[in-house]
Design a protein around this ligand. Structure first.
Ligand code: APR
Length: 315
């Protein structure tokens, strides 16, 4: 059975660890934070639900003790500042790049074979930073954003259609930003029927617009960014990796020519299995979707350039 480390025991990290416990595919979880006592307390609280939920997995909380994370199969990075109302994800780059760089290099020393799943924002540049700073093969560095955005897209679609979210199939590709994500409304279906034939143009446009600001809407309501759906999306992706399910999810992965793009990490559908990102699926995008993707990629690359300007990455 597998070992998973979650770095950052805040809202997203703790929720993700809890979701993994409940999904019962790991034998050991290590929850690590920089704040003394927080991960220990949250891990103990979760262990005290073992009898209630009948799981055998052990979860251990540690303060900055990377030795405890040794030989993890997957390391999930949630350490970093969440956004406050009115902030974009991109504005977090200055603070979070240093944190991500530091925790990834510490974790890698003790888990040289791990697959890294990046959640800290701005997620696409943080995934790129992890890949470039570690020199890991591209299959082992994946960002979580597209599955969360897709889950929000399916929520808004199900609300507009008044149907079960499980019966709706829509995906979001592109960057994980309010203006860079691309909910593929023309490819979204409800039980094999294209949703654009079931919704008015106005309603379909509203679903797309609501999806794009889905995270910001929650940040405004909560005063900080969301955690239930981000934690669940990460847990589902890690399950596909650990159980070698080979499920296709929109993931932030390195493109080397796919979708006409090179040298960036951005959201596209990918097969997740034992070796991480096993294959990128190239969707047949129409002209408008291709243009949106190129625009999104340019915006993500612009933010990546901040990492070079800040000398966090060397050109
Ligand atoms: N090492 C370990 N943990 C750290 C470090 C570090 N160097 N720096 C910060 N942390 C921890 C904090 O102590 C905190 O417990 O990361 C945790 C972050 O938790 P929250 O503040 O609750 O933030 P959260 O909502 O979980 O979001 C984390 O995920 O979705 C993204 O935008 C979000 O970038 C943010 C990240």
């Amino acid at each position: 059975m597998a070992k998973v480390t979650v770095i950052g025991a805040g809202n997203v990290g703790a929720t993700c660890a809890n979701a993994i416990l409940h999904m019962k595919y790991a034998s050991e979880i290590v929850l690590l934070d920089i704040k003394e006592g927080v991960s220990e307390g949250k891990a103990m609280d979760m262990m005290q639900t073992a009898k209630l939920y009948q799981f055998d997995c052990r979860i251990k909380g540690v303060t900055n003790d990377y030795k405890a994370t040794a030989d993890s199969d997957v390391v999930i990075i949630t350490s970093g500042m969440p956004r406050k109302p009115g902030m974009t994800r991109e504005e977090l780059i200055g603070v979070n790049a240093g944190i991500v760089n530091n925790v990834v290099s510490n974790a890698l020393q003790h888990s040289p074979n791990a697959i890294f799943l990046i959640i800290a924002n701005p997620m696409d540049p943080m995934t790129y930073l992890t890949l470039k700073s570690t020199g890991l093969p591209k299959n082992r560095v994946i960002g979580m954003g597209g599955l969360l955005d897709s889950s929000r897209f399916n929520y808004y679609l199900s609300q507009a259609l008044n149907v079960a979210a499980a019966d709706v199939e829509g995906i979001v590709i592109g960057g994980h930003g309010d203006t860079t994500m691309i909910p593929l409304i023309n490819k979204a279906t409800y039980k094999c029927t294209n949703v654009t034939s079931l919704l008015s143009k106005e309603a379909a446009d509203k679903v797309v617009a609501d999806t794009m600001v889905g995270g910001a809407t929650l940040t405004k309501l909560l005063g900080t960014s969301a955690w239930y759906a981000p934690g669940a999306a990460a847990a589902v992706m890690v399950k596909s990796i650990i159980m070698d399910e080979k499920k296709v999810f929109p993931c932030c992965v390195y493109l080397d020519g796919e979708y006409g793009q090179k040298d960036l990490c951005i959201g596209v559908p990918a097969v997740l299995g034992n070796t991480g990102c096993e294959k990128i699926i190239e969707l047949d995008l129409n002209e408008e979707e291709q243009q949106l993707f190129a625009k999104s990629a340019a915006a993500v690359k612009n933010t990546n350039n901040v990492l070079y300007d800040m000398k966090i990455l060397k050109a």
